[in-house]
Write a protein that binds this ligand. Sequence first.
Ligand code: F6P
Length: 327
Amino acid sequence: MANKSIAVLTSGGDAPGMNAAVRAVVRAGIYSGFDVYGVYKGYNGLLNGDVKKMDLRSVSDILSRGGTILYTARSKKFMQLEYQQQAAEFCRSLGIVGLVVIGGDGSFRGARALSNAGIPCVALPGTIDNDIACTDYTIGFDTAMNTAVEMIDKIRDTAQSHDRCSVVEVMGRHCGDIALETGIAVGATSIIVPEVEYDLEKDVISRIYEQKDTGKKHFIVIVAEGVGGSQEISHYIQHRTGIETRATILGHVQRGGSPSLRDRLMATTMGVAAVELLQKGNADGTVGNRVIGWRDGKIVDYDITEALEMPRKFNNHLYEVAMKVSI
Ligand code: F6P
């Protein structure tokens, strides 16, 4: 009798560690007796028949590589019911009994739609933003922050040499986690995130003056992408303090590069958990429409709708920590 098949795809913005997750799904899938298909360019691959049967060696040497060997896309087409049904039909034609989707919350909605169309899906949180409520961690977050820290350390060297202020905008979409943790790690004077109301006079200018009074001469201000306006904030600081100020938007550099140990480990753990969930559900008929998360140091899984409706909690404690030390 032929093996049952599962498939794996990456969707949305790429994130370092996606390859490690693909590798884990392929290897754990084969280990568990499944045939495994790789689907190219996100959900579009299911609409265009762009898939390849993977073997153990198809995922060799990708653990340390950034990006995603399966390519990725944000598929507008796949938001329509007609195409979701077409994709489900295509999966059935290949005997695919489960799909692992690695991506952000937009990708989770696609996984829910495909589950509703009859193909059991398990979603893994893969995005640098760490903006998914049902998990304490998303694959790619650590590497993106390490890259940001490396870049900002370099910016600090030049800010220090000129006695300047540097305003650095980091990614994160609507989420301030990259800004918060990176800000702490680089010793920023101010960290501006969308989750905390801010006042430029109180939260930036006064802090710069207070630090100047104790002898500090160069300053780093971190602005989350969800707040934006780093150029305007930079002009304002220069105008109000007389300190020469420059703005840098770090941009897509944060999405690339070899994944950190944490991302490789989380991606591998989550990838294996996704296959286990598909395997378990396949045996008892309960599978599909689930998302894997990491909560309090353990793998958890939730119904996708339940996961999407969870409110995201900002780490206020960490924000207070930052405020206490950057004085
Ligand atoms: O979700 C990851 C992310 O890099 C966000 O931080 C950013 O807002 C967005 O994707 C950028 O998207 P794009 O690569 O399509 O410009």
